[in-house]
Design a protein around this ligand. Structure first.
Ligand code: ZN
Length: 232
């Protein structure tokens, strides 16, 4: 852990009510952001649209019932800062809180009324051990709380890499994503599951994870929700 991270962690012990972006005091201890930074975190309206950034990026690769994202991810934005805190500064509460906030909005979506559960994209055991949690699972739990749906964290497994990953080219690593996911526990042939991840970039991970679930559970219907979608 970098020294600056350590100090930030120490600071949040004594001053839990500071904005995650600009460090000024927030109104309540549970607030992630101050009022000014909160205004710089607009939710996208793609959840209202049957075709949007999420569905476009998965089109022709993964058949989904519904796809949406809460925020647009750009470098240097409040959104990036929150995702960073969630992934690297031991703040699973950021995922739960933003997931819950998104879930409150999604309660109005007819396509999601028959959802039976949420499946977070798994991370490697080693990384989970270092981080202490899976950030996608924190988001799924927040969504599930708002939508009143269970989270099936072991429906997918992430296998350890075989051999040295660092010696492979970028393209080889990307292709290797396919080999690194496997179906886990549960029978979801009659279900409508929602795959959940933190940020949608190329869509390769969600594509592979979704297709693993669809081939394991014939009859399964699948949707995709991510906290953010990377700007193209
Ligand atoms: Zn602020």
């Amino acid at each position: 852990m970098a020294v600056t991270d350590w100090f930030r962690g120490l600071g949040s012990l004594f001053f839990p009510n500071v904005c995650l972006h600009c460090q000024v005091a927030t109104a309540r201890a549970s607030d992630l952001l101050c009022v000014g930074c909160e205004a710089q975190l607009p939710m996208t309206d793609n959840w209202r649209l049957p075709e949007n950034d999420v569905t476009d990026r998965l089109a022709g690769r993964l058949p989904i019932v519904y796809g949406a994202s809460a925020y647009t991810f750009r470098e240097g934005t409040v959104c990036q800062q929150l995702i960073h805190a969630l992934k690297y500064h031991h703040r699973p509460d950021v995922g739960r809180q933003l997931g819950q906030r998104f879930g409150e909005v999604l309660r109005q979506v007819p396509a999601l009324t028959d959802v039976t559960g949420l499946v977070p994209v798994p991370i490697y055991d080693r990384r989970r051990h270092e981080r202490g949690y899976n950030q996608a699972e924190a988001i799924a739990e927040g969504l599930g709380e708002a939508l009143g749906k269970p989270t099936y964290a072991d429906a997918l497994r992430r296998r350890s890499f075989q051999g040295s990953q660092t010696k492979r080219s970028k393209l080889e690593r990307l292709e290797n994503v396919q080999d690194s996911f496997a179906a886990g526990r549960g029978d979801f042939r009659q279900d409508h599951l929602v795959l959940v991840d933190d940020v949608l970039t190329t869509g390769a991970t969600l594509d592979f994870c979704g297709n693993v679930l669809l081939s394991r559970h014939p009859g399964l219907r699948l949707s995709v929700l991510t906290l953010a979608v990377a700007e193209r």
